[in-house]
Design a protein around this ligand. Sequence first.
Ligand code: CAP
Ligand code: MG
Length: 400
Amino acid sequence: MDFSEACNALAGESSIDTWSDILTLSPEIAAKIKPHVFEADETEKMVKVAYPTQLFEIGSIPQILSALAGNIFSMKLISGLRLQDISFPGEVMQAYDGPEFGVVGVRKLLGVRDRPLCGTIVKPKVGLKSKDHAKVAYDSWMGGLDLVKDDENLTDQKFNPFEQRVTETLQLRDKAEEATGEKKMYMPNITAPTCREMIRRAEFVKEVGGEYVMIDIIPVGWSALQTLREENRSLKLALHAHRCMHSAMTRNPKQGVSMQVIAKLTRMIGLDQLHIGTAVGKMHGGEAEVSSLLRTCEGREVSEDRANHVLAQNWHGLNPLLAVASGGLQPGHVPSVMRILGKDIVMQFGGGVHAHPSGTVAGAKAVRQAIDSVMAGIDITEYAKSHEELFLALEKWGIK
Ligand code: CAP
Ligand code: MG
């Protein structure tokens, strides 16, 4: 089959056609809602298709993905396919809430004006009892971090039940706020077996004085996120999107769905912050990809970027989404992460805090010291000479 035939088959299978010329498809229907392949570059193996909006339930991400990222990945005639980006017209974009808080709102919530926000993930990922979990969080806040989150696989296990963990951790959060005079945030993981239970957990967090929740966006699925966003119109919690499982579809350059699409849909639905990679840490995703994702998270008008397979997109006033750099980071990474991603980000350090030679409080202090050195324009090695916690971190891990 030649390339243009494959492109037409792809456009058809994702809209009104099937493998044979059905007699039930009248020319009138076809004229109204047939998609158009408007760019097909055989060398690049790149195709662009324009779909009439009537083909979609425009407020439903699940339906949009069932069309644009559904059967076409399974067709035998195409050996490999990757959905790089979708550009949405205003009519579709305006069907979505977008982030409630976004960058400005989160900064206001935390009272942090210009430096990057810094956080940690309680480690070990799972295994701690609720009170020990709360203590690790307390030490992280006392060392100077703004945010503490649950890990992606900690939800409601017997050794650390959700409600007990949230209650005990928020109690110590209040204590840390009092002791430091700084706002502190806890992001409990509300990922749950059903949407009903997920919302119940979010409501519980709100009731006991929490302002944030985190959710594993890929395992829970798109309807769950749209349900959460709808409920959040009244709950008004800050929503942190963890993207675990994304690499199952984003990593292979020849097959799957790009992180660009996931970031765009997450912003449209309206979570407030999203992991986009670090370029320098332990997870895949280099500088070009991470910088391009930052533009998607924060841009108002994004222009086409063919090198990164990004289509032009007018965001029609949707709030920006706060980018989260996390994964294998330690204080010695701070200068390079801030060089690549700037200051309007969250940086998260799990092992980079709790594996500090002098423990969690010192690890947290070292992170803040690293950020302070960059904000003050002082070389981090120089700064470490008068800041012992940072010095010990750099001695153990170096500057990357
Ligand atoms: C980081 C982390 C995050 C990753 C996810 C982890 O811990 O908690 O889940 O950042 O990757 O479990 O690995 P460390 P990404 O700081 O100890 O690495 O942000 O790329 O989605
Ligand atoms: Mg994790």
